[in-house]
Design a protein around this ligand. Structure first.
Ligand SMILES: *[C@@H]1O[C@H](CO)[C@@H](O)[C@H](O)[C@H]1NC(C)=O
Ligand SMILES: *[C@@H]1O[C@H](CO)[C@@H](O)[C@H](O)[C@H]1NC(C)=O
Ligand SMILES: *[C@@H]1O[C@H](CO)[C@@H](O)[C@H](O)[C@H]1NC(C)=O
Ligand SMILES: *[C@@H]1O[C@H](CO)[C@@H](O)[C@H](O)[C@H]1NC(C)=O
Ligand SMILES: *[C@@H]1O[C@H](CO)[C@@H](O)[C@H](O)[C@H]1NC(C)=O
Ligand SMILES: *[C@@H]1O[C@H](CO)[C@@H](O)[C@H](O)[C@H]1NC(C)=O
Ligand SMILES: *[C@@H]1O[C@H](CO)[C@@H](O)[C@H](O)[C@H]1NC(C)=O
Ligand SMILES: *[C@@H]1O[C@H](CO)[C@@H](O)[C@H](O)[C@H]1NC(C)=O
Ligand SMILES: *[C@@H]1O[C@H](CO)[C@@H](O)[C@H](O)[C@H]1NC(C)=O
Ligand SMILES: [Zn+2]
Length: 594
């Protein structure tokens, strides 16, 4: 029998736990509290779940358990209940949050209650414990997180930890995005959770053994069925030496595939590739950066971040949530690029576009000789930043001077180099996680300069006559501008800049230092000759189409609504039967996600 189960809004309880190792300053603690409050509010407005029994009580581990992640119902401990109020192996939580724990002899005799039920947590579906330790904080790590326990009926994560590292990032928006990213790992985007996913009827996607557990691999780690995570070979992966065979891991669950087919305009897409670089914690628990680039759940966070339909679809495919997609951000990267884009290397894609005389976006092939002083700046793909083509000589950045792996060497020539370049085996994109594919990356070495949303005042040295702030996006110059400052005339380095913009009736208007430039078509060059505060700016800008710059303004750019708006058919809500599965608790392997 199928029963429609009432879904309730996900209710998150937050606990900021201060312990001896706590390393956050008072100021940083305030920021973390505010940010986690925002994350909680955001998730509660997007996700609904099946009601869990109230109050929520966490399982206490038995001695000898590997308490990462605890699954299943309470079982008596056949040795001792752990005298340690820790979850996720070493993160302590208030013992009030635990349920009773019974200790028995191995033969189930002489059972005694070693700990009684704590009061537990009212009105809570997910308990999130927030810490500020410095342990496991690598250079530049802002935060990390993990799920700690799954509930016993459908295996949904009910407890997790997030640890904020004492990093010096104080941009609240950035820390919010990172915190949300981390909590997505806790909610379901994690390789140690895929084996526990449920289908739309609430049945396990991966077959279970008599104890209710998924199968394990040689290391004893649970593995998900091929209907969830699948290894496939890309047989036509083009390199500069010719085609090769590249094995990749794809997530093949239904909503993710639906979103992928629509986004890439590829009806034969069978799955969306997961990251294969970065080792445990990154590989397998993020989208492949070559494919989704600035999507929020890729393994390397960029300045522009989008929690897109891909990541929301993944949460829905876990079977644990219904998702309100209206909060999804638009992902410009890869949109409409076709099956040739998803099923091959960026080298192959670039070659085929070149042969057809078409633009090679989202990639680029302009060699940047000096990363800290890059030339030929352009806009990144969603125009949130001034960017440089990050095709560099990686010899300069890899201490070991080991060349790029052959499968990621794509180029014998590019826009400004040919096969006589001295270190071709090192020529490639700067980002390993993006399979060394080169693309326009924000000029981070000069940040916040170049990051359009940042409200930096540009009084001195404003050689591109830019305006920064939430209403600004990047526009390319038609060449390099000439600046006359008093008696001094020079050529600007910036060949793109951040300007306020608006769209109206599909037309684009760019504002430069208070003057509007009305575009009549995409690609049109409009001359700029303005003198402001004694500085004369002479050059041109290249008009973007409304889809290129107003992709999220459906009202004023109907073309964008057509590309990114709601599809004609909307899927119906799924039916979730009530099934009670019983199985023995076993812990999964340790994994911390970054
Ligand atoms: C738990 O351990 C602590 C210190 O290791 C000890 O003082 C305490 O008595 C123990 N409690 C129980 C119930 O075993
Ligand atoms: C992928 O190719 C490798 C080597 O050619 C082969 O050993 C492997 O079985 C293939 N895997 C799949 C899933 O086809
Ligand atoms: C999603 O919600 C958050 C706040 O809850 C908001 O800041 C953000 O703009 C929303 N994004 C979209 C694309 O609606
Ligand atoms: C790269 O650019 C920086 C900043 O302009 C400059 O200081 C440095 O000398 C340049 N390096 C090389 C190798 O040209
Ligand atoms: C790069 O900039 C130089 C100097 O401004 C210019 O001559 C050249 O055409 C540009 N190359 C490309 C590929 O844009
Ligand atoms: C390759 O580039 C170098 C330097 O830019 C140039 O001198 C040479 O003629 C080029 N060779 C070919 C075969 O195009
Ligand atoms: C113009 O010159 C002044 C004084 O030297 C300097 O402060 C300012 O940054 C210059 N502006 C530009 C756009 O070059
Ligand atoms: C540019 O567009 C704005 C808004 O539509 C309009 O007010 C203005 O007159 C236009 N300017 C020019 C030069 O056409
Ligand atoms: C996300 O998916 C929903 C539901 O299919 C759709 O209405 C919406 O237009 C999509 N958003 C984007 C940005 O693609
Ligand atoms: Zn991550």
């Amino acid at each position: 029998m199928i029963t429609i189960v009432n879904l309730v809004i996900l209710r998150v309880s937050l606990f900021l736990l201060k312990l001896a190792l706590f390393r956050l300053t008072e100021e940083k603690q305030e920021q973390v509290k505010t940010i986690m409050g925002r994350v909680k509010e955001n998730l509660e407005s997007i996700l609904t779940v099946r009601r869990t029994p109230s109050p929520l009580r966490l399982r206490r581990a038995c001695d000898g358990d590997n308490p990462f992640i605890l699954t299943g119902p309470t079982e008596p401990c056949f040795n001792r209940c752990s005298n340690n109020s820790a979850i996720c192996s070493f993160f302590p939580v208030p013992s009030d949050h635990f349920q009773r724990c019974v200790e028995c002899n191995g033969d189930r005799s002489n059972c005694v209650e070693a700990y009684s039920n704590g009061p537990g947590l009212e009105d809570t579906d997910l308990a999130l414990y927030v810490y500020g330790f410095s342990m496991f904080c690598g250079a530049g790590t802002i935060a990390y997180a993990s799920s700690c326990q799954l509930e016993d009926q459908y295996d949904r994560p009910i407890a997790g930890i997030i640890n904020f590292c004492p990093s010096d990032t104080d941009d609240e928006e950035e820390v919010f995005q990172v915190a949300k990213h981390e909590i997505f790992h806790v909610l379901g985007f994690s390789d140690n959770l895929y084996p526990w996913y449920r289908d739309e009827n609430g049945n396990p996607r991966t077959r279970r053994d008599a104890n209710g557990n998924p199968p394990t691999d040689a290391n004893g780690d649970y593995v998900a069925d091929e209907n969830t995570v699948k290894m496939v070979n890309i047989t036509d992966w083009q390199t500069r030496f010719g085609p090769t065979n590249k094995p990749v891991i794809q997530l093949v669950t239904p909503k993710v595939v639906e979103v992928g087919r629509r986004h890439f305009n590829c009806n034969t897409l069978e799955g969306v590739q997961l990251e294969d670089q970065g080792g445990g914690g990154t590989a397998g628990s993020h989208w492949e950066k070559r494919l989704l680039n600035y999507e929020a759940m890729t393994g390397i966070i960029s300045e522009n971040i989008a929690f897109s339909n891909f990541s929301y679809a993944l949460l829905e495919d876990s079977g644990w949530y219904k998702v309100d997609y209206s909060n999804a951000s638009i992902l410009v990267w890869g949109r409409g690029d076709g099956c040739g884009y998803t099923a091959g290397s960026c080298g192959g894609y670039t070659d085929s576009k070149r042969r057809q005389n078409q633009p090679i976006t989202p990639f680029c092939d302009f060699f940047t000789n000096n990363e800290s002083n890059p030339q030929n700046l352009s806009c990144n793909i969603d125009r949130t930043a001034v960017a440089f083509c990050n095709l560099v000589d990686n010899y300069l950045y890899v201490a070991s001077h080991i060349s790029i792996p052959p499968e990621y060497q794509y180029f014998n020539s590019g826009a400004n180099f040919n096969n006589s370049a001295p270190r071709l085996p090192f020529y490639g994109g700067r980002i390993h996680a993006a399979d060394f594919c080169p693309y326009y990356l924000d000029v981070y070495s000069q940040a916040p300069r170049g990051i359009c949303r940042k409200g930096i005042p540009l009084t001195a040295n404003n050689e591109a006559a830019e305006t920064y702030g939430p209403r600004s996006r990047c526009v390319d110059h038609s060449g390099k501008w000439q600046i006359t400052n008093g008696s001094n005339t020079y050529t600007a380095q910036y060949s793109a800049g951040c300007y306020e913009y608006q769209c109206s009736n599909s037309a684009v208007i760019i504002m430069i230092l208070g003057q509007s430039y009305n575009c009549s078509r995409a690609g049109q060059v409009i001359q700029v000759d303005q003198t402001v505060n004694g500085v004369r700016y002479r050059g041109g800008i290249v008009c973007p189409s409304c889809v290129e710059i107003c992709y999220d303004d459906f009202e004023n750019c109907p073309e964008a609504a057509e590309l990114y708006g709601a599809p004609p058919t909307d899927s119906v809500g799924s039916l979730l039967p009530m099934v009670g599965l019983l199985f023995v608790a076993i812990s999964a392997s340790f994994a911390v996600n970054y």
